[in-house]
Design a protein around this ligand. Structure first.
Ligand SMILES: Nc1ncnc2c1ncn2[C@@H]1O[C@H](COP(=O)(O)OP(=O)(O)OP(=O)(O)O)[C@@H](O)[C@H]1O
Length: 449
C-alpha cells in the first residue's frame, strides 16, 4: 500500500489537514479536496488514484454522490466512507452502493489505516477479476472467428494449441461454417503471421492449369507460358497455404502434394530440379475425406499426412446459442460498411432467425443480414428464410430413380437450363443455382459450355 495515491475529501479544513498529514507520514501520496465537485475533477485528472477516503456530509452533496460517480464510471478505486457517529443507516447505504468499508467518526489512526488496507485489497481483487473476465470474454472471439458455444471453444483451444507448431491441419465442416476464417485465425496467431497467407480453392481452378497455379511453371513449360510463373507454394514461402476443397485435387496433384508434405520440396512444371519451400499447409474439405479415401478417390497416405491435426467446424444449427451474437456482429459490421442506420429487429423476426436451421451456415446468415443492412426491410428478411426452407424441401422431394442418374449429364442439363432462364447472364444464372460466380464459371468450363 506504500506510495498508494489517495484522494481525501473532507470539508472541515482542520480535519482535512490533520488526516492529510497523517496519511503522508504513513507514505501515502495525498490529493486533498474539500468538496465532491473538486474530488471528481481530481479523480478524472489523475489516473494514479487508487483509494478514496471521503466524509459523508459534504455541503449540499455527500460522500454517497462521489461513491456513485466513481462506481458508475468504473474508476478502479477502493473507497472508504466516514459516517457520523451512530448513523449506521448511512454505513449500510454506503456499502450497498459499493464502498469497500466505512468508518464511524471519531476514529483512531489505526482504524483508518486498517479500513484503507481493506479497501485496497478489495480493489486489487476487483481489478484481477475484471482482467480475468475480459480475458474470458475475449475467448468468445478468436481473431475474427466468433463463437462462445462449447463446441466452438474447443475449436479455439485446438487452434491455439497448434498455432505455434508447423503441423499440417485438416479442417472439416459443412460449407459456410468458417473453415477459411479458422485457417486465417490459425495463421494470424502463429509465428508465421508476418509472412503471406495464401488461400486457393482447389475446386475452382480448371484442371488444365491447376498444376502451374499450385507449383509454378517455367517459361515455355506449356503453350502460353511466356514467362516463369510463381505458384501458390512459392508465393506462400515462410507463411501458410490454405488448400480449400482439397478433395477436388486430381490424382496427379495429390501425389505432388504428398511429395511436398513428406520432403518439403516442389517441382515447378517444366523444371528438372526440386525447390525447397517452407510452407505450412492447412487443408479443408466439406466432403468426408475418409469416405473419399474408401471410394478410392483420395490417396490414403495423403489423407493421413494432411490429417495430422483435425479440426471440425460445427454447423450453425449445432451451436444455436451463437446465432444472436453473430446477428449482432454482422448487423453492426454491414451497417457501418454501408453507412446505414442500425435498427433493432423485432422480437418476432429475431425469434424466427434464432429458430431457423441455417443450412448455408454462417455464410447464409451473413448474407441475409448484409441484405437487411442494405434494404432495411424486415419482411424481406423473413420471406427469404421461408423461401430457403421451401427450396430445401424441394430438394428433399427429389428422388433418385432406381436406375440411378448420369450425374455429369444431369449437372450439364441444369447448367444449360440456368443459362437459358437467365438469358445468358452468368451472374443471374449462378444465383439461380445458389453457386458463387467463380464456382459457376468453373462448372461451365468443366462442361465446356
Ligand atoms: N464463426 C464465425 N464468426 C464470424 N464470421 C464467420 C464465422 N464463420 C464464418 N464466418 C463468415 O461466414 C462466411 C463464410 O466463411 P468461410 O468462407 O470461412 O466458410 P467455409 O467453411 O470456408 O466455406 P466453404 O466451405 O464454402 O469454402 C465468411 O464471410 C466468414 O467471414
Amino acid at each position: 500500500m506504500e506510495n498508494a495515491h489517495i484522494l481525501l475529501v473532507e470539508d472541515d479544513i482542520a480535519q482535512n489537514e490533520l488526516i492529510a498529514s497523517m496519511l503522508s507520514a504513513e507514505g501515502f501520496i495525498v490529493t486533498a479536496t474539500t468538496s465532491v465537485e473538486e474530488a471528481i475533477v481530481a479523480l478524472k485528472a489523475n489516473s494514479q488514484i487508487s483509494l478514496i477516503f471521503s466524509d459523508w456530509k459534504l455541503g449540499q452533496l455527500s460522500g454517497l454522490n462521489l461513491l456513485e460517480f466513481a462506481r458508475s464510471n468504473n474508476f478502479p478505486v477502493g473507497i472508504v466512507i466516514a459516517t457520523a457517529y451512530g448513523s449506521i443507516d448511512h454505513a449500510a447505504l454506503a456499502i450497498e452502493k459499493g464502498a469497500d468499508d466505512y468508518l464511524a467518526k471519531p476514529f483512531q489512526r489505526q482504524e483508518l489505516l486498517l479500513a484503507l488496507a481493506k479497501a485496497n485489497k478489495a480493489n486489487q481483487l476487483r481489478l484481477a477479476n475484471q482482467t480475468l473476465n475480459s480475458q474470458l470474454s475475449q475467448q468468445d472471439t478468436m481473431v475474427e472467428l466468433i463463437g462462445s458455444a462449447p463446441c466452438m471453444q474447443k475449436v479455439f483451444q485446438r487452434i491455439e494449441k497448434v498455432a505455434s507448431t508447423s503441423a499440417t491441419v485438416l479442417i472439416s465442416g459443412e460449407s459456410g461454417t468458417g473453415k477459411e476464417l479458422a485457417a486465417r485465425a490459425l495463421h494470424k496467431i502463429s509465428p508465421r503471421k508476418d509472412s503471406p497467407f495464401i488461400a486457393i480453392n482447389c475446386g475452382a481452378i480448371p484442371e488444365s492449369i491447376a498444376e502451374a497455379e499450385l507449383f509454378g511453371a517455367k517459361k515455355g513449360a506449356f503453350t502460353g507460358a511466356n514467362q516463369d510463373k510463381l505458384g501458390k507454394f512459392a508465393a506462400a514461402n515462410g507463411g501458410t497455404l490454405f488448400l480449400d476443397e482439397v478433395a477436388e485435387l486430381s490424382p496427379q496433384l495429390q501425389t505432388k502434394l504428398l511429395r511436398f508434405l513428406q520432403e518439403g520440396v516442389i517441382t515447378p512444371l517444366g523444371c528438372h530440379e526440386e525447390v525447397a519451400v517452407d510452407v505450412r499447409v492447412i487443408a479443408a474439405s466439406h466432403k468426408q475425406l475418409l469416405a473419399q479415401v474408401e471410394e478410392g478417390l483420395f490417396r490414403e497416405d495423403l489423407y493421413y499426412r494432411l490429417n495430422v491435426v483435425p479440426i471440425h467446424m460445427p454447423a450453425l444449427r449445432e451451436r444455436t446459442e451463437d446465432i444472436g451474437k453473430l446477428i449482432h456482429h454482422f448487423k453492426t459490421k454491414f451497417c457501418q460498411q454501408y453507412g446505414s442506420q442500425e435498427q433493432q429487429l423485432s422480437a418476432t423476426t429475431l425469434k424466427q432467425l434464432l429458430s431457423y436451421s441455417w443450412p448455408g451456415n454462417v455464410r447464409q446468415l451473413s448474407n441475409c443480414i448484409e441484405r437487411y443492412a442494405l434494404l432495411g426491410d424486415e419482411n424481406e428478411l423473413v420471406e427469404s428464410l421461408n423461401h430457403n426452407s421451401q427450396a430445401a424441401t424441394q430438394s428433399e422431394q427429389f428422388v433418385i430413380p432406381d436406375e440411378g442418374i448420369d450425374w455429369h449429364q444431369f449437372e450439364r442439363a441444369i447448367l444449360l437450363q440456368a443459362c437459358k432462364r437467365a438469358e445468358n447472364n452468368k451472374t443471374a444464372a449462378a444465383k439461380l443455382l445458389g453457386l458463387s460466380y467463380k464456382a459457376f464459371l468453373y462448372r461451365l468450363e468443366k462442361h465446356q459450355i
